[in-house]
Ligand binder design. Structure first.
Ligand SMILES: Cc1cc2nc3c(=O)[nH]c(=O)nc-3n(C[C@H](O)[C@H](O)[C@H](O)COP(=O)(O)OP(=O)(O)OC[C@H]3O[C@@H](n4cnc5c(N)ncnc54)[C@H](O)[C@@H]3O)c2cc1C
Length: 304
């Protein structure tokens, strides 16, 4: 990640000036506020603002007149109850606003989560930076042979070197052409193409930036899908950092999320029957399970 000295100074200045407030704050989140966490080769994620804490979730659930905290242990029990029973609206009382810098192909996956408020850097208004995501060698992998939506063996030697060369060369050539198209030249009678048109030849690994605001309930939904091992590495790495941030912000809610969502497994009615039959001592096979081949494979992966 490359932040300019000016950008770093702006962040330092924001962190150096504090304000008093009557509102609840989260100590863990205050420590994170404004700081940039590097992601991938040029990306970042940082918290710009937030509202609420664990107590705010309980306060809303109890529709309380005061701050809502009875005792930390009571709050923990209530938060776990809410999460366990999908009583989700109290979690919507907490909000967070992130500044994210990410490659456009990651942004395309991210933007599918429609319950956030987004404002993206305008490539009509501003010139894009010469910054492209080039995977680290350990993330340069072949197409998976078992999962159509995944990667398998890591590329090595000459093949890896050639792929990296192609990615770098294509990115640099595209950017050179972008700059060339943008640049006016009065002597040559060249007007320079509009930014909104010149940008269209930039590849999907160019970095964009946005502000992304979401409530905690919908953020948990995002994290459950994108911090999961089935999510593509390049978005998962952002989601994992966000998990660490949320853990510091609302530790009790995050612990409940980790237990009931992130680390949990959902079981179909058929799978529940198979588990019961197994517990009763029956040897259930793919043929007698009533499941499809794919379901049975996933079931055995989870339960042995
Ligand atoms: C591993 C993985 C692989 C994927 N592969 C593909 C793929 O191949 N192709 C592809 O197109 N997408 C793919 N997706 C994206 C996926 O289909 C969802 O679009 C994405 O995960 C966002 O989920 P969501 O709609 O639940 O989230 P959000 O948009 O945040 O919505 C949250 C919930 O709000 C409700 N909601 C929000 N907006 C609406 C609406 N307009 N109408 C009705 N209900 C709404 C829904 O209940 C939804 O679940 C993939 C996602 C993952 C995690």
């Amino acid at each position: 990640m490359s932040l300019t000295p000016d950008q770093l100074a702006e962040i330092d200045a924001q962190r150096a000036s504090s304000q008093t407030t009557l509102r609840s704050t989260s100590e863990g989140m205050e420590a994170r506020l404004y700081k940039a966490h590097p992601v991938l080769d040029h990306g970042l994620i940082r918290v710009i603002d937030y509202m609420g804490d664990d107590a705010a979730i309980c306060q809303a659930a109890r529709v309380s007149y005061g701050r809502g905290t009875k005792a930390v242990s009571d709050d923990r029990g209530l938060i776990r109850y809410l999460m366990r029973h999908w009583h989700s609206t109290p979690f919507e009382m907490c909000e967070v606003k992130f500044h994210v810098k990410l490659p456009i192909f990651v942004a395309r996956q991210w933007i599918r989560h429609r319950t956030a408020n987004v404002n993206e850097y305008s490539a009509r208004y501003s010139v894009m930076d010469r910054e492209f995501y080039i995977p680290a060698p350990e993330h340069l992998a072949a197409q998976s042979t078992v999962n159509n939506q995944g990667r398998g063996q890591v590329l090595e030697g000459a093949e890896a070197a050639r792929v990296l060369d192609l990615l770098r060369e294509d990115a640099m050539r595209a950017y050179d052409h972008y700059e060339d198209m943008l640049t006016p030249d009065a002597e040559a009678g060249k007007l320079g193409l509009a930014r909104e048109l010149a940008r269209m030849n930039l590849p999907a690994n160019v970095y964009t930036q946005w502000y992304w605001k979401i409530d905690l309930h919908n953020l948990f939904h995002f994290l459950r899908l994108r911090a999961d091992v089935h999510a593509q590495y390049e978005i998962r790495i952002y989601a994992q950092i966000m998990c660490d941030i949320v853990k510091d912000w609302v530790p009790q809610a995050y612990a409940a999320f980790e237990d009931y969502r992130l680390g949990a497994v959902s079981v179909s009615a058929t799978a529940k029957e198979v588990l019961k039959r197994r517990l009763a001592g029956e040897v259930v096979t793919a043929e007698t399970s009533g499941m499809s081949k794919g379901e049975w494979r996933e079931f055995v992966e989870e339960w042995g």
